[in-house]
Design a binder for this molecule. Structure first.
Ligand SMILES: C=C1C[C@]23C[C@@]1(O)CC[C@H]2[C@@]12CCC[C@@](C)(C(=O)O1)[C@H]2[C@@H]3C(=O)O
Ligand code: AKG
Ligand code: FE2
Length: 345
């Protein structure tokens, strides 16, 4: 029997304190639980930018490979997602987070669950809470959406379902692009799983206006556990990517473009040639509400990952041992930023 991510999380329950977001509509000051130490510097370099890859450009393969190697991230344009679908998903996301706190609490993620409303899973690793509320969807959003809007969830569900279907197509295109950039073919990866080799999740993120954006954190630094993540952000900036040698770099929104960032699974599969991008979200200084929608393209829990043999030779040896996704998620749930280091050979 295959293990789902929900089953993996069932073994790692999270305390309610680390799931329940603040009632952002009623707070006028930042409570101590959300004030981050002065030593945390949220500034970034605005002069550098991640590359832009145009999927209709004949050079897209080369550019995507270079971007993954140097940045672990890039903007993608001409991706095939209609602008009106991005707008609709954004407006349904806003509608969800604008609900009263007590309504959102009806769809609170279970302590041992994977989906629903709540703080990010990484909250338990930080002494302070984040100025963030999220809603996680895996497959159909109908159950939790029904708890929020018993009679009026069709529009939300339809938008999220349609978005996930279209995103899967973009993710497949990007996978082929990435494989090609590594000199591999679509048949080269031996995923060792059943009929559907991939699994995905959608994360709706909300960063409400904050009375003291210099001392509160939107989303703390982390890498994603995905192969890669495809992010839509609204027109409010906040995303930053850490670049070796340069520090934190802002990823300013480009209308209609999506941000792709390399996750830990691709890091392992490429033997760290495409390193997973360390990123965070800081808060807007001008009191705007920031929203983002992350599509995590990953592999099923029972899938085994190890560096692709085709990328190895007598000089380049595997840096990571073989792990199942389930095992890796388990290691990350306990050790967070040390997870890749803990599976190195
Ligand atoms: C598939 C997933 C990736 C994610 C954990 C999750 O089950 C759903 C939420 C995702 C998210 C979003 C915010 C940052 C992050 C590290 C977290 O705490 O929850 C990611 C998780 C991840 O990539 O590991
Ligand atoms: O909101 C953002 O810009 C980043 C979101 C993110 O990193 C995530 O959902 O994993
Ligand atoms: Fe992320």
């Amino acid at each position: 029997m295959t293990t789902t991510l929900s089953q993996v999380y069932r073994e790692k329950p999270i305390r309610l304190y680390n799931i329940i977001p603040l009632d952002f509509n009623s707070v006028r000051t930042v409570p101590d639980s959300h004030v981050w130490p002065k030593s945390d510097d949220f500034s970034s370099d605005h002069r550098l930018t991640i590359p832009i890859v145009d999927l209709e450009d004949p050079n897209a393969v080369k550019l995507a490979g270079q971007a993954c190697e140097a940045w672990g991230a890039f903007h993608v344009i001409n991706h095939g997602i209609p602008l009106n679908l991005l707008e609709e998903v954004e407006s349904e996301t806003r509608r969800l987070f604008s609900l009263p706190a007590e309504t959102k609490m009806k769809a609170l993620r279970e302590p041992d669950g994977a989906t629903g409303y709540g703080l990010p899973r990484i909250s338990k690793f930080f002494p302070k809470h984040m100025w963030h509320e999220g809603f996680t969807i895996m497959g159909s959003p109908a159950d939790h959406a029904g708890m929020l809007w018993p009679n009026d969830n069709a529009r939300f569900c339809y938008a999220m379902d349609r978005y996930q279907k279209k995103m899967e197509v973009v993710a497949e295109k990007l996978t082929n692009l990435i494989l090609e950039s590594l000199g591999m073919s679509q048949e080269d990866p031996k995923w060792e799983v059943g009929s559907s080799p991939f699994s995905a999740a959608l994360q709706l993120n909300s960063y409400p206006p904050c009375p003291n954006p210099d001392r509160a954190m939107g989303l703390a630094p982390h890498t994603d556990t995905s192969i890669f993540t495809i992010l839509h952000q609204n027109s409010v900036s906040g995303l930053q990517i850490f670049k070796q040698g340069a520090g934190w770099v802002s990823v300013l929104p480009i209308a209609g473009a999506l941000v792709v960032n390399v996750g830990d699974l691709l890091h392992i599969l490429t033997n760290a040639r495409f390193p997973s991008a360390l990123h965070r979200a800081v808060l807007n200084q001008d009191g705007y509400h920031r929203l983002s929608v992350a599509y995590f393209y990953g592999l099923p829990s029972d899938c085994r990952v190890s560096p692709w043999l085709k990328l190895l030779n007598s000089v380049e040896k595997p840096r990571y041992r073989s792990v199942t996704v389930k095992e890796y998620v388990g290691i990350k749930s306990n050790n967070f930023q040390q997870a890749l280091w803990l599976i190195r050979i």
